[in-house]
Structures are given as C-alpha cells and as structure tokens.
Design a protein around this ligand. Structure first.
Ligand code: DOR
Ligand code: ZN
Length: 356
C-alpha cells in the first residue's frame, strides 16, 4: 500500500533471471543479489557451462559459500535461495532432464541458440534434434527458459527476436503445447503480444533497461557501452509496450533483471561485452519505471507474485519497503582483481530507494 509519505511495502521480490558468474565474482554478485532478492534463478552460462545436475549442485554450493562470507544482514542471508538451471546443448538428453527433476535442485533449463550471446558457443545448433528433451520437460513440467533470438549472420540484430517467435517458438509450442516456457528478457511489442496470445504456460521476464530505455539512449550523442546488452535495446515504441504490459497487472510478465556483470574495461573497449549490471539497484529502477506511468500499485505483482505463481512456488513471507526518496546510483562497484563494475544508469539519481 502507498501512503502520504510515499512509501511502499511489498512482498520481498525474487529475480527470475540473473547472472551471478562464478568464483571470485560471487563475492560481489551474491552480496548484491541477496540484498534485494530471495529466490534468484541463476543462469548457467559459466565457462564451462552448468550442463548437468552434478554441475548445478556444485555451483549452488559455491554460491552458498560466498553467501556465508559476505557482509550483509543475517536475515537476508537466511532467506536467499539461489535456484539452479541447466544449460541445454546439442547433447542434452531426456535422462539429463529426469535426473534434474529427481534432484529437486534444478528449477529450469536454459536454451541459448549457439552464438546468440555471452558464453553461448556450447548452445543449441539444432532445436529439431531435441524433441526427446522437450518431451521430457513437458512431461515433468520443468520450465524451458529461452534466449529468444535467431542467430543467422544475415539476420539484422534488431529483427532477431521477432524472427525467433515466428520461425522457432511457434514450432516448439505447436509440438509441445503443455511445455512451460519463459521467453526471457523480451524487447519487442511482438514478443509481448505473442506471450499475451498464448496459454498460461507461456510467460516472459522483462529487464529494467528494456522498460526504461531504448536504442536512442544507447546511440544518440555517442555510444553508451553500458547500455549494450542482448537482445539489444529496440525503438521507443517497443519500450513503451514493454512498460505497458509490465505494469498492466498481467501475471504473464514478471521480474528478471538479466543483471550481467562484465568488468568496466571489458565494456568500454573496441569490442565490448553484452550485459547490463543492475542487481544492486534493480528494485529502485523498477519502482521508478512503474511510478513513471502512475502504476506503482502494480509493482508487487510483477516483482513478488507472478514469477512465484508461474513456477508453482509459495510467495515469500518477508517484505521490503521502498521509499520515494532520491537515491544516486553509484558510478561503480569494486569487483575482483582490482576491476570494477559500472552499473546500469551509473551516477543517475532515481526518485525511489530501498529502506535500509
Ligand atoms: O546482455 C546479455 N548478457 N545478454 C545475455 O543474454 C547474456 C548476458 C551475459 O551473460 O553477459
Ligand atoms: Zn541473461
């Protein structure tokens, strides 16, 4: 509820799409994620990728070790719950899916078309050869998380998501109509409309950057490498539709930051990495976006209810309070080996902040 001093208490949010990376990176990324989120779905595009249940178990253990070591309040440590995903390759089998389901620690399987994005070289080259895998996922209701872009060299970068919907996703849905699917980090009105037209087993995550920014922010007046992510920011009309559906109260759209850390020097270079780092300030970013269209009352569904409902998980029982009091996004955070992370909208002031 909102009151006159403009503060809003909501159920503690979950992040259904985050990149925590591995090893030394975890000291920073786990502390940031656990400060704002309870459940987080950990993307498996490590080097090497998280391909098996055994890999996932080991990765979760490393994350939990860093959680214990980090300097955040004990109650945040107590509720942080990283959920694992497997990275689908051309060699994933139905048996891998059965093992994952039996383990109880694998929440979903991520499909990167090979070459689509960061660490996707081991991704899928032929979706048609994976019918057994999709069949097993449909049978066990293990969600398929999609990086929804085609990767043929000749396809324009701004058209890749729409082409994926038309050429790939329609076929998957036709063959596996009961498969649970999350179209991750959607960037176009085409994707929003597509998801709205499907049954309740198809949902989407939306990042803060795709609802707040468009390609003019990235390219006008000079290239802003910290706004470069994949799928790439699209034109303003798409951004407006994403903000519209996110704030509509539709349970098909929920929070997934796609917070993807890359050291500042790997972003500010001749061939910069794709990814925006938003985890530490994501809640204030989303609150700012929702409030900008007078829909702060719809924030809690998006941040804290719809994702859990889709995954069949209980709602969190603790809460967080957001304040309508300005907060400056840090210009950078220390990362490992002396490097830094430049967050999304670094140095900018947001009207919303999180109550300590
Ligand atoms: O911008 C992105 N960065 N998009 C992705 O799909 C992957 C991510 C990363 O891992 O850096
Ligand atoms: Zn991602």
């Amino acid at each position: 509820m909102t009151d006159s001093i403009a503060q809003l208490t909501i159920i503690q949010p979950d992040d259904w799409h985050i990149h925590l990376r591995d090893d030394q990176a975890l000291a920073t990324t786990v502390a940031h994620a656990a400060t704002s989120f309870n459940r987080v779905i950990c993307m498996p595009n490590l080097v090497p990728p998280v391909k098996t249940t055994t890999d996932a178990q080991a990765y979760r253990t490393r994350i939990m070790q860093h959680l214990q070591a980090c300097d955040i309040p004990a109650e945040r440590k107590a509720t942080f719950d990283p959920r694992m995903t497997l990275y689908m390759t051309d060699h994933t089998s139905a048996q891998d899916i059965e093992e994952a389901v039996k383990s109880g620690i694998v929440q979903a399987v991520k499909l990167y078309p090979a070459g689509a994005t960061t660490n996707s070289a081991d991704g899928v080259t032929n979706i048609n050869a994976l019918a057994d895998v999709f069949g097993a996922m449909e049978k066990y209701q293990l969600p398929l998380l999609l990086h929804g872009e085609v990767t043929q060299d000749h396809v324009d970068i701004f058209d890749r998501e729409k082409r994926f919907l038309d050429e790939v996703l329609v076929q998957i849905i036709a063959k596996f109509p009961a498969l649970k699917i999350v179209l991750e980090h959607i960037t176009t009105s085409d994707a929003a409309d597509f998801v709205l037209a499907q049954g309740n087993n198809i949902a989407a995550t939306i990042t803060p950057q795709h609802m707040m920014l468009n390609r003019n922010h990235m390219l006008l007046g000079g290239i802003k490498p910290h706004l470069y992510c994949l799928p790439i920011l699209k034109r303003e009309s798409h951004q407006k539709v994403l903000l519209d559906v996110a704030t509509s109260g539709s349970p098909k759209f929920f929070l997934g930051t796609d917070s993807a850390p890359h050291p500042t020097d790997k972003k500010e270079t001749a061939c910069g990495c794709a990814g925006c780092y938003s985890s530490p300030t994501a809640l204030a970013l989303y609150a700012t976006a929702f409030d900008s269209v007078g829909k702060i009352d719809k924030l809690e569904g998006f941040t804290s209810r719809f994702g859990a409902q889709f995954y069949g998980l209980p709602l969190n029982t603790d809460t967080v309070t957001l304040l309508k009091s300005p907060m400056q996004i840090p210009t950078s955070y220390p990362y490992f080996d002396g490097s830094t992370l430049t967050p999304l909208m670094a140095g900018e002031t947001l009207p919303w902040s999180i109550k300590a």
